[in-house]
Design a protein around this ligand. Structure first.
Ligand code: ZN
Length: 444
């Protein structure tokens, strides 16, 4: 069946940023253009006009722990069926000492995923990169996939636990990873294997991110979780065996080391196609490090939510060093690929609130914007949640823009975000969400 979706299409396609209509055939976009053009190409098709301010590509959160959000939601919501605001409220609650995180069968995990996905669609999310997936979580995703219930497209990043009791040595981590018998890119449009998750340094708010200069409160530069040689050895294995990597590196010291070690592990080989990610990379990262990461083709996977949540407290300790917190302007100006996400549900993950944070540099518990020189535009923020997030999710050829040949993942919103005052961005409402031409959310 062919449908024509007509309205104000903000395509996120640089070649045709705005259009009047698109034809959807068998879950994919078959044509984009003026209404007259698309009608002429598909004269038999029914024309649908979503009553909306704009139609956009579905949003992709490049860093959302969906499998864990599903279990937490099930634990906390019990039998209730909250709406989207209720969902956000539940996710923002205390994590109760992780009592939600108990062993579950693949079927139980798939059941939990079924309940939580419509709520993400209510925020406009049609895809996620789940950035640290254990073997049981991967089995839960597969069960959901097998049932045909995965309506959020998932790129799952296996987490072998290098440097933790699960895999204390590089040999252990390689063993776990090899045992999967997979590598990055395997899967389909619904469930795909992403890069391997590795943690290189500690967290910002615990003063454990590895910086170039010491944290004033501890006198220490932070914590490095893996020895240089171990990281390098693991990186060489990954590059050799077709695994991409997503490396948690928060502080500038950690990012500089990871960039250098990856470059050395790659040698003559390019890392660009592998979409190796620097995850977080938000605290006191030197311009030279950013330039080198961009040159290597690394992806900066950034979360404005962390700035929103941690910014004020970090500024109290680090002062002017937080002016470049979450340096989105610098990453983009250096030519890096920037994918936006939330680190939800551990951090707020309403994409409209996050894009607003990236554009306004406003943070919680502080009156002034934090480091306004690192602000980006609304169009850049949207690209971070669509085109660039799709690229980081190994789906750049299939998603992220409304263009002929792409999957018909789209959302209708009440106002055109690109035509709003920046401050109104966080109040944009999603009216309808489609994945592969199928309606998965409709505002009631
Ligand atoms: Zn995370």
């Amino acid at each position: 069946m062919t449908t024509i979706v007509a309205g104000h299409l903000v395509t996120m396609d640089p070649e045709r940023p705005v259009a009047e209509a698109m034809a959807v055939v068998a879950g994919r976009i078959a044509a984009v253009g003026s209404l007259a053009e698309v009608r002429a190409a598909y004269p038999e098709a029914a024309v649908e006009r979503p009553d909306a301010g704009a139609v956009l590509p579905g949003l992709i959160d490049a860093h959302l722990h969906l499998a864990r959000a599903a279990l937490k939601f099930e634990h906390d919501a019990g039998g209730a069926e909250p709406d989207v605001p209720g969902f956000l409220e539940i996710m923002a609650r205390d994590w109760h000492g992780e009592e939600w995180d108990v062993p579950r069968s693949p079927a139980e995990r798939a059941d939990a995923l079924r309940r939580v996905q419509p709520l993400l669609h209510g925020l406009g999310i049609t895809g996620v990169v789940d950035p640290a997936v254990t073997e049981p979580e991967l089995r839960g995703y597969q069960e959901s996939w097998r049932r045909g219930e995965l309506t959020v497209r998932v790129t799952a990043m296996p987490y072998p636990g290098l440097g933790t009791p699960r895999a204390p040595t590089v040999e252990d981590a390689i063993g776990r990873l090899s045992g999967l018998g997979l590598h990055t890119g395997f899967g389909d449009d619904v469930l795909r294997i992403g890069g391997v998750k590795v943690y290189f340094d500690g967290e910002g708010l615990k003063s454990e991110a590895l910086l170039d200069a010491p944290w004033p409160s501890t006198g220490s530069p932070g914590r490095q979780l893996l020895a240089d040689e171990d990281f390098a050895e693991f990186a060489r294995f990954c590059i050799e065996y077709g695994w991409s990597m997503g490396v948690h590196a928060v502080g500038g010291g950690a990012v500089a080391k990871v960039v250098d070690l990856l470059a050395r592990a790659a040698g003559e080989r390019s890392l660009r196609d592998g979409r190796f990610q620097i995850i977080h990379g938000y605290l006191d990262v030197a311009p030279a490090t950013i330039a080198r990461a961009a040159e290597l083709g690394l992806v900066a996977s950034a979360q404005p939510s962390i700035t929103w949540f941690n910014g004020a407290r970090l500024a109290e300790e680090l002062g002017a060093r937080t002016d470049t917190i979450n340096p989105l302007r610098s990453w983009l100006d250096a030519g890096a690929r920037v994918a936006l996400g939330s680190d939800g549900p551990f951090f707020p993950f309403d994409p409209w609130q996050l894009m607003w944070t990236a554009v306004t540099r406003r943070v919680d518990r502080r009156d002034d914007p934090l480091g306004p020189t690192e602000a980006i535009t609304v169009a850049e923020a949207l690209a971070g949640y669509t085109r660039s997030a799709a690229d980081a999710a190994f789906a750049g050829a299939d998603r992220g823009v409304l263009r002929a040949g792409r999957l018909a993942d789209w959302i209708a919103v009440d106002r055109d975000p690109t035509a709003l005052p920046a401050d109104d961005l966080r109040s944009v409402r999603v009216l309808r969400t489609e994945v592969g031409g199928r309606t998965v959310f409709r505002e009631s």
